[in-house]
Design a binder for this molecule. Structure first.
Ligand code: F0G
Length: 446
C-alpha cells in the first residue's frame, strides 16, 4: 500500500545501450562521474535525493529568512524536542557539519573513539581531530547470510577490550550509528543502546548517537524487539534517543529534506561549545548554513518521519527490492537493511578476482545493462581492508515505484546471466588521498 500520490513529476529516460557505453567510458568506469541525466534509476544514495511532501513545500514558502531569531528555527527546535527529546539544537548545513561541531568540541589529538561502525564522514572528522576512530561491529556484521535481527549492534566486548588497551581516559566519546550504514543498513536494538549508554557512563565518556536513520531503526525495533511490539515508531525513537547525551543528524535522511542537518543535546555546556563552533563553521545558530526555508522544511520532515505509515512503507519498499532481487537469483546481504539493498558482487561475478574490483565491475554492469546507478562499498571504496565487495542500491525516500524496482531486479538478473561478458577493472588515475578515491578515480577494463 502507498499512502501518498505524486503531484510533481520529473522525466527520466534510459539512454540507448550505445550511449550508455559511451557515457561509462567517458566517466572512467566510475558511476560518480556520470551525468545524472544519463541515469535511469538512480540508487547512488538515499541522502537528500527523496521527495518532499506538500506540507514541506508549504513550509518552504513560509520560511523565515531572518539572520537571527528566525521563526523557522523555533519550529525546528520544537520538532527536535518533540520527536527526539533534546532541549538544545545547533543547525548545520548537513550531517557532516554536525559531526564537525560535536567532535570538534569533544575530541582531541591522541583520543580514541569507538563506534559500532563509523560512516566515512564520521571517521574523517574523528581523524581530523588527530584521534583514532575504532569500529566495534557485531560479530556477524560481515556475514551476508547470517540471520540475526540486529546485526548493526555495537559489540560491547570489543568496546571493553579497547578500554583495556588504550585506557578509559583516552576515550572521550562513544558513538552508536543507527541504523548502521557501514554494516548494510542493519538496525540496532534499544537494549544495545542502553548497554552502550551504560558503557559510556562507566568510562565517563559522552554518548553520541549518529541518528541519521533513527526512524527506520525505530521501525525495526518495533518489529523485532519483543519489548516494543506494541509501541509506536515515535515512542521507540524517543526511548532509544533518550539514552544519548547528544545526536548528530543528517536531515537528508530521516528528516526527509534535500539539504540540512543538526546536532542536538541536553547538556547546556556542550550546547554552548557546539554553538560557538557552529558560528565559526556553519553560521549564526538560528540558521546554521541553511536558508530559513530549508530549516522550516526540515522541521516538518522530522515529524513526518515518525508518523504512521510513512516509515513502515519506506522500509517495506526496501525489503521489496531485496525480495525482487533474490527471486531473480541475485544474492543480497540478508536481512535487508533500512535504506538500501546490498548486492553480493563476489557471488554475481565470481570469476573476477578481488584485486580487479568485482563490486565496481558490477556497478558498471548495472549501468550498462539498464541505466541503474549504485555504489561500490568494498575493496575499491575502502582500500586496504578485506571487506566483502558489496554494491549498495539505496532507495531515495518516496520517489520510485514498483515498476522502477522491477526494472532494477531485471537489470541485475540480466547482468548475472551474462556475467561471463564482464571482466575486471584496473585503476588508471587516483587522487592523492586514497581513502577518497572511489569518488573520483578513473578506471579501465583489464
Ligand atoms: N552518518 C551517516 C550514518 C551517514 O550515512 C551519512 C551520510 C552521514 C553521517 C553524513 O551526512 O551526508 O548529510 O553530511 N551518508 C550518505 C550516504 C552520504 O550516501 O550514505 P551528510
Amino acid at each position: 500500500m502507498r499512502s501518498y500520490k505524486a503531484k510533481m513529476v520529473e522525466p527520466i529516460h534510459l539512454p540507448s545501450r550505445e550511449d550508455r557505453e559511451a557515457a561509462l567510458e567517458a566517466a572512467g568506469y566510475n558511476a560518480f562521474n556520470l551525468d545524472a541525466e544519463d541515469v535511469y534509476v538512480d540508487l547512488l544514495t538515499d541522502s537528500g535525493t527523496g521527495t518532499m511532501s506538500a506540507d514541506q513545500w508549504a513550509a518552504m514558502m513560509r520560511g523565515d529568512e531572518a539572520y537571527a531569531g528566525s521563526r523557522s528555527f523555533d519550529e525546528l527546535r520544537k520538532a527536535v524536542r518533540d520527536v527526539m527529546g533534546f532541549d538544545h539544537v545547533v543547525p548545520t548545513h548537513q550531517g557532516r557539519g554536525a559531526e564537525n561541531v560535536v567532535y570538534g568540541v569533544l575530541v582531541e589529538e591522541g583520543d580514541v573513539v569507538p563506534n559500532n561502525a563509523h560512516f566515512d564522514t564520521t571517521r574523517a572528522h574523528v581523524a581530523n581531530q588527530g584521534a583514532d576512530p575504532v569500529d566495534c561491529p557485531h560479530e556477524l556484521a560481515t556475514d551476508p547470510d547470517a540471520d540475526h535481527p540486529f546485526k548493526g549492534n555495537f559489540d560491547l566486548e570489543k568496546g571493553w577490550e579497547l578500554v583495556e588497551e588504550v585506557g578509559a581516559e583516552s576515550i572521550p566519546v562513544v558513538v552508536q550509528t543507527i541504523t548502521n550504514n557501514s554494516v548494510a543498513g542493519q538496525p540496532v536494538s534499544v537494549e544495545n543502546t542502553r548497554e552502550v549508554a551504560a558503557f559510556a557512563d562507566e568510562i565517563d565518556a559522552t554518548f553520541v548517537v549518529d541518528a541519521c536513520r533513527f526512524a527506520e531503526n525505530a521501525h525495526f525495533v518495533r518489529e523485532r524487539e519483543a519489548e516494543f511490539a506494541d509501541a509506536s515508531v515515535a515512542d521507540v525513537a524517543r526511548e532509544q534517543l533518550s539514552y544519548a547525551d547528544a545526536v548528530t543528524m543528517s536531515g537528508k535522511k530521516d528528516a526527509l529534506v534535500n539539504i540540512g542537518g543538526f546536532a542536538a543535546m541536553d547538556d547546556p555546556d556542550l550546547f554552548e561549545a557546539a554553538k560557538q563552533r557552529g558560528i565559526l563553521y556553519e553560521g549564526f545558530p538560528t540558521y546554521g548554513g541553511l536558508a530559513g526555508r530549508d530549516v522550516a522544511a526540515m522541521a516538518v520532515g522530522l515529524r513526518e518521519a515518525v508518523e504512521p505509515p510513512y516509515v513502515e512503507e519506506r522500509v517495506e519498499q526496501v525489503a521489496e527490492l531485496g525480495r525482487l532481487l533474490t527471486d531473480a537469483g541475485v544474492p543480497v546481504y540478508e536481512p535487508t537493511g533500512g535504506h538500501a539493498v546490498y548486492v553480493d558482487a563476489e557471488s554475481v561475478l565470481p570469476h573476477v578476482p578481488k584485486e580487479q574490483f568485482p563490486g565496481q565491475e558490477l556497478v558498471c554492469a548495472l549501468y550498462l545493462e539498464g541505466g541503474v546507478r549504485g555504489v561500490e562499498l568494498g575493496g575499491f571504496a575502502f582500500p586496504g581492508t578485506d571487506r566483502p565487495d558489496l554494491v549498495r542500491l539505496a532507495l531515495p525516500r518516496r520517489t520510485y515505484s514498483r515498476e522502477h524496482l522491477e526494472h532494477v531486479a531485471e537489470t541485475a538478473a540480466a547482468v548475472k546471466e551474462s556475467a561471463e561478458s564482464y571482466g575486471g577493472l584496473e585503476i588508471v588515475e587516483e587522487p592523492s588521498m586514497r581513502e577518497l578515491r572511489h569518488f573520483s578515480a578513473r578506471l579501465e577494463p583489464t
